[in-house]
Structures are given as structure tokens and as C-alpha cells.
Design a protein around this ligand. Structure first.
Ligand code: ADP
Ligand code: MG
Length: 366
């Protein structure tokens, strides 16, 4: 069962990208080895960690099962990892499934009725569950009971079935897509944030230790800065840099080695890849920074609209390099600097403006 596959629009990337946030290729096997086993090993996410620690400790003290937990956040931030940590901290077995795997309410009934007391049920991509299954889940979460339908048509009867108390851990990349009745049945919701470079550096050091790779702080910082705030990407870049260090150098990862390796893989200093840069360069060089329509921009880089919109743009927007405006896509001043170009207005033509309301010409001395 491919439960670790975050098949969202973001993750439905045409080809495996080295900076893609979804698990690809050998990621799953390696990630299993790199997963922190308890809360104290889990890097960053201070607030979530503190809150979860309280929820779990309190449940343990009461000798009860923990409240249902919803983990929401972008792919690769540690939702699956946290679900396993919850099971470990509660010393409970964990059952793993995902929304897309539950097509019929019957699928869910089968899983629920076989749970042991105190078991953790991890439901990944919970927003992709079918509607009838969702309704069954409401009752299971609240009353630890399901109605199993036996028979078909007018003769069908609902047989109520008691469930042992269990803890549902739901994970979603789209908390906003969850129907409120479902969201409301979670006792605790953890919002996972992107990691800052210092935290990613700690993730990288920890993983390097487990992979038995030597890395110095500058090397780790260089990889961290290119990892898009995402531990999964940090771990993947680390593995590619390790390969390079092994083949081209003495195996030790320094800043120079990390830079050289990631140049080979076309991951730039901010974590933009070839596609991201192509979009940005087209916007700047062909369209003077915009505004330009999405379709025109897509044709200019030879990609589908959807690829530009769903694969490249979210990160460019998050990084403050590109803005989506009603008149089209617009580059921000930071985009010009990042690509190493001078915005047209900065050449001393006064403050005519480029119609974006974003020209901060003063920032670009000549
Ligand atoms: N806080 C963290 N500390 C250390 N490693 C982490 C952390 N969060 C995620 N990782 C690592 O990143 C990878 C992806 O995490 P995962 O839990 O599968 O993300 P998600 O389920 O949110 O997509 C795993 O290898 C995991 O070890
Ligand atoms: Mg996951």
C-alpha cells in the first residue's frame, strides 16, 4: 500500500524533481531509516511538539487513549513521522492506511472493527476519503461505534457494532478541504510549518550521522538553504551531495562540495530548480517582469499551464519572487536580484513604474 504518497496537485509532478516535496523513488526506504523515533528526536516544530507532548502525557497519566489528532501541513514536513511517534509515545500499535485506499464505507468498517484497544489508526490524506466512509468515521470517532450494513436494498439492516477506544491520527495537506464536522471531531490539530534553515541544518546533521556521512556546519548550512523549508528535500539533497562527495572528493561534505554537487543537480542557492528558474527568467527577460498571462508564460517555457501553475509557482510565490495579480504574473524586485538582473526602472528612468505597484527602484543602486 503506497500510503506515503502525497498525491496532491502539488505532488503530481510530471517527473521526479530533486526539489519535489513528495516521496519519490528510493525515498520511502531511506526515510524509514531516517525517521525520528520519539518526540525528543523530532527537530523543530516547537509549538506542535510541546502541545502534542502534553496531550500524550495527559492521556498516559489518565491511562486513557489520546484524543484524535489532525496533522495538517505541506508534504515532507513530518506528518507520517509524527504519527509513528505518537504510537511509540503511547506504546501502542499503529495501523496505517490512507483516504484514497478507503473507497467504500465497508473498507473502513473492516479496518475499524479489527482495531485493538488503544491502537493508533493513521489515516493519511484524510481529505481524499469517500463521503460515505467519512460519515461512518464521524460516528466511530465520537461514539466508538459503527453501523455495519448487512444485505442490500429494502432488506438491508444496520447492525450497530461497538469499537474499542482508539486514537485516529489524520494527516492532510489541505486542512481547508476537510468538512467542518470532521475537523471538529479532532481533539487536537497540529499545524506544521515550514522549517527554518537552522532547524533544517539540525535535520541534516542528524541524518548525516545516521547515514555515516561526514559533514561540516557550512556544508549543512548550504544544503539547508536549498531545501525549501522541507526535511524530506533536505534529506534527499544530502544523499545526492553525499554521492558527489564520495565520487569527486574525499567523502567529506563542505560548503564547496555542497555547492558543486547541487550545481550538477541544478538546485540553486535558494532551492529553485531548472523549471523554477526557467519560469522566472522568461518572466524577466521576455516580458520585462510582467504582468503576463499564465498561458503565455507557459508557452514561453515550453510547459503546460498546469505545470507552471502547480509545480513551479507555489514555491516562487512563497519565496516572494513572483506574484499572481488579476492582470497576470509579475516578478517582484527580489526576483530580479536573484536572477542577477537589474530591473528596467533601476537604470535611471525615473519612477514611471511598471504597472505592478511593486517597483522599489531605490533598492537597486544603478
Ligand atoms: N522534525 C523532523 N526532524 C527530523 N526529520 C524529519 C522531521 N520531519 C520530517 N523528517 C524527515 O523527513 C522525511 C519526510 O517526513 P514525513 O513524515 O514522511 O513527511 P510527510 O508525511 O509530512 O510528507 C522523513 O524521512 C523524516 O525522517
Ligand atoms: Mg506522509
Amino acid at each position: 500500500m503506497n500510503w506515503d504518497d502525497d498525491t496532491t496537485a502539488e505532488a503530481a509532478e510530471a517527473e521526479a524533481r530533486i526539489v519535489g516535496a513528495a516521496a519519490e523513488g528510493d525515498d520511502q526506504a531511506v526515510e524509514a531509516a531516517l525517521r525520528p523515533k520519539d518526540l525528543s528526536e523530532f527537530v523543530g516544530q516547537e509549538k506542535v511538539r510541546q502541545q502534542l507532548d502534553l496531550v500524550l502525557k495527559a492521556a498516559r497519566q489518565r491511562g486513557a487513549t489520546a484524543d484524535h489528532v489532525l496533522l495538517s501541513g505541506a508534504p515532507g514536513l513530518g506528518k507520517t513521522t509524527l504519527s509513528m511517534i505518537i504510537a511509540a509515545e503511547m506504546n501502542a500499535p499503529i495501523r496505517i492506511t490512507s483516504g484514497p485506499a478507503i473507497q467504500h464505507a465497508g473498507d473502513l468498517a473492516a479496518i475499524l472493527s479489527s482495531l485493538q484497544e488503544g491502537e493508533i489508526l493513521f489515516l493519511d490524506e484524510i481529505h481524499r476519503m469517500s463521503r460515505p466512509a467519512e460519515e461512518m468515521l464521524y460516528m466511530a470517532m465520537e461514539d466508538f461505534r459503527v453501523d455495519v450494513i448487512v444485505g442490500k436494498g429494502p432488506g438491508a439492516t444496520a447492525i450497530p457494532l461497538e469499537l474499542p477506544p482508539f486514537t485516529l491520527v489524520g494527516a492532510t495537506t489541505r486542512a481547508g478541504l476537510l468538512p467542518p464536522p470532521l475537523r471538529d471531531r479532532f481533539g487536537f490539530t497540529a499545524h506544521m510549518e515550514f522549517y527554518d534553515p537552522g532547524e533544517l541544518q539540525r535535520v541534516i546533521h542528524r541524518s548525516a550521522g545516521l547515514l555515516d556521512v561526514e559533514i561540516d556546519p557550512d556544508g549543512a548550512a548550504e544544503i539547508a538553504g536549498r531545501s525549501r523549508g522541507t526535511p524530506r528535500i533536505a534529506n534527499r539533497l544530502l544523499r545526492r551531495v553525499r554521492d558527489y562527495a564520495q565520487v569527486k572528493a574525499d567523502g567529506v561534505i563542505t560548503r564547496e562540495i555542497a555547492e558543486a554537487a547541487l550545481r550538477v543537480y541544478e538546485v540553486d542557492s535558494r532551492g529553485l530548480d531548472r523549471l523554477d528558474r526557467a519560469v522566472l527568467e522568461a518572466l524577466l527577460k521576455l516580458f520585462g517582469g510582467g504582468p503576463v498571462g499564465l498561458s503565455t508564460l507557459a508557452v514561453a517555457v515550453g510547459e503546460e499551464r498546469e505545470t507552471v501553475e502547480e509545480v513551479a509557482e507555489p514555491f516562487l510565490v512563497r519565496e516572494g519572487l513572483l506574484a499572481r495579480t488579476p492582470r497576470g504574473r509579475v516578478a517582484t524586485p527580489a526576483a530580479w536580484t536573484h536572477i542577477g538582473l537589474v530591473p528596467p526602472q533601476a537604470a535611471g528612468l525615473g519612477s514611471a513604474g511598471n504597472g505592478t505597484g511593486m517597483g522599489q527602484q531605490g533598492l537597486f543602486g544603478a
